[in-house]
Ligand binder design. Structure first.
Ligand code: FAD
Length: 437
């Protein structure tokens, strides 16, 4: 007889939907059948892709979750953003946020997983309880509340918990000498919606990861002058005439900013594209999950709790192609929970995890980038696939990722107007009407 395992999934963004799809896939050859419940504090699926004009708190008094801005287009082509088992419809390669939200809704409908989601239900507490009947020795007590009536509280016990709560919702404000003296306005990219407030202003955008790059170009379309301040190698692409790159900030004195190279500028607006915190306030201390300077421990493969492999956090890895990675992570978790993947001993897991972390530091990554995978994402996905005994991702993902990176380097302002098409002759993507590949 098949074993039945009860699994709680926290969040119905891309990661939570993917976990639902993978755990309810009846075609998977498994000795366990999963009984899943997904708790979602919002009233729709899509997570950060649900654009809202609101900032601060939503109508239920919860912090606004989405970090989308009005005119956001994806920074990856839809051909490589897609889950491996569900392509995007016919659309240009770089799509608006509404198209991604619609894609996620369609994905949920196609795989018939909406019925497992309890909307407007927030998880407030997850606690371990020791349980000899659970193969991992621990079960999980999950407490939820209705977001419209907090007196409606419910507690259930699960064999496993998959945390898919998103990692772009709690803004990280940098520690800059003199920031508190700044006489202009400050906005974090989490609250950025459109450029109108920057009309004719001198704007400093701090941080040149994806959001900083995109937003500085959008703001430059209306601002008098934009300074993009960052410590990365200089962007090589042509940029708008009124956008200059500067190194990181040394200090701020009222309206004047001094940069690390000693240059100074007067600015009216500080736009912080400085990233986000990992935050798991609903995990009780007994769960043993810690976040120190943006490293989450103790996790094996940036994913499963080393002591309690029936507790996992999906989507922690950064500088990755998220949706296909979620598919691999969810497949790995399923294999762990149905017993088809026997994990190494805890000592071996700890050794491997530490070795991976040390090798990242040795390669020059700072501690706060402990979950940045970048090029390693492809071997990471392959390793998860091998261990879970599921098909690997096709090479298209890697090829498109590299091609997009090249495009950004040569034309950061215009690359989202281009389209990729699959050349069936050699099975690689090419830029339409261009020799670029
Ligand atoms: P989310 O989408 O954040 O979903 C988490 C869900 O969990 C939310 O619905 C939230 O309401 C719910 N939740 C949280 N806490 C609780 C709780 N306690 N109880 C119940 N529910 C809870 N990726 C790309 O592939 N291409 C891009 O071009 C791209 N651009 C991006 C641009 C921006 C501005 C941002 C912020 C991200 C971008 N990303 C992009 C990355 C994006 O975050 C991922 O694609 C992906 O959507 C993340 O999915 P997720 O499920 O991990 O998180």
């Amino acid at each position: 007889m098949k074993k039945v395992a009860k699994v709680a999934i926290i969040g119905a963004g891309a990661a939570g939907l993917c976990a639902l799809r993978v755990f309810t896939d009846s075609s998977a050859n498994s000795s366990t059948s999963f009984c899943v419940v997904c708790y979602e504090q919002g009233s729709r699926v899509g997570g950060t892709w649900i654009y809202t004009d609101q900032v601060g708190q939503d109508e239920n008094g919860l912090p606004v979750h989405s970090s989308m801005y009005e005119n956001l287009k994806t920074n990856l082509p839809k051909e490589c953003m897609a889950f491996p088992d569900y392509p995007f419809p016919e659309l240009p390669s770089f799509v608006r946020h509404e198209e991604v939200q619609k894609y996620l809704e369609d994905y949920a409908t196609h795989f018939d997983v909406l019925k497992y989601i309890e909307f407007q239900t927030i998880v407030t507490l997850v606690e371990p309880i020791s349980d000899d009947t659970n193969q991992f020795g621990t079960s999980w007590k999950v407490t939820t509340k209705s977001v419209t009536d907090s007196s409606l509280e419910n507690t259930s016990v699960f064999d496993a918990v998959l945390i898919c709560n998103g990692h772009y919702a709690v803004p990280l404000f940098p520690d800059i000498p003199g920031l508190d003296t700044f006489s202009g306005e400050i906005l974090h990219s989490h609250d950025y919606r459109r450029p109108t407030a920057f009309l004719d202003k001198r704007v400093l955008v701090l941080g040149a990861a994806s959001s900083g790059q995109d937003i500085s170009i959008e703001v430059a379309s209306v601002a008098k002058q934009v300074f993009l301040s960052h410590n990365k190698p200089l962007l090589k692409s042509p940029l708008p005439d009124n956008l200059q790159q500067r190194p990181g900030i040394k200090n701020i004195n009222k309206g004047r900013v001094e940069f690390l190279d000693g240059s100074q500028e007067d600015v009216d607006f500080l736009l912080l594209c400085t990233g986000y915190h990992y935050r798991y306030t609903f995990l009780s201390a007994a769960c043993g999950v810690e976040v120190t300077e943006n490293r989450v421990t103790p996790l094996y493969k940036h994913l499963v709790h080393t002591k309690h492999p029936n507790l996992a956090i999906l989507g922690i890895c950064k500088v990755v192609i998220p949706f296909p990675m979620f598919h691999m992570q969810a497949s790995f978790c399923r294999a762990v929970l149905d017993g088809s993947l026997i994990l190494p001993s805890e000592a071996e897991i700890n050794r491997e995890t530490e070795e991976d972390y040390r090798s990242r530091l040795a390669s020059g990554l700072p501690h706060r980038h402990a979950h940045v995978l970048n090029e390693d994402q492809f071997s990471y996905n392959d390793e998860l696939a091998d261990m879970a005994k599921v098909p690997k991702l096709t090479d298209h993902y890697k090829q498109l990722n590299q091609a997009t990176r090249n495009l950004r380097q040569s034309d950061l302002v215009g690359y989202k107007r281009l389209n990729f098409v699959l050349d069936k002759e050699d099975d690689t993507y090419k830029i339409q009407n261009s020799n670029f590949s």
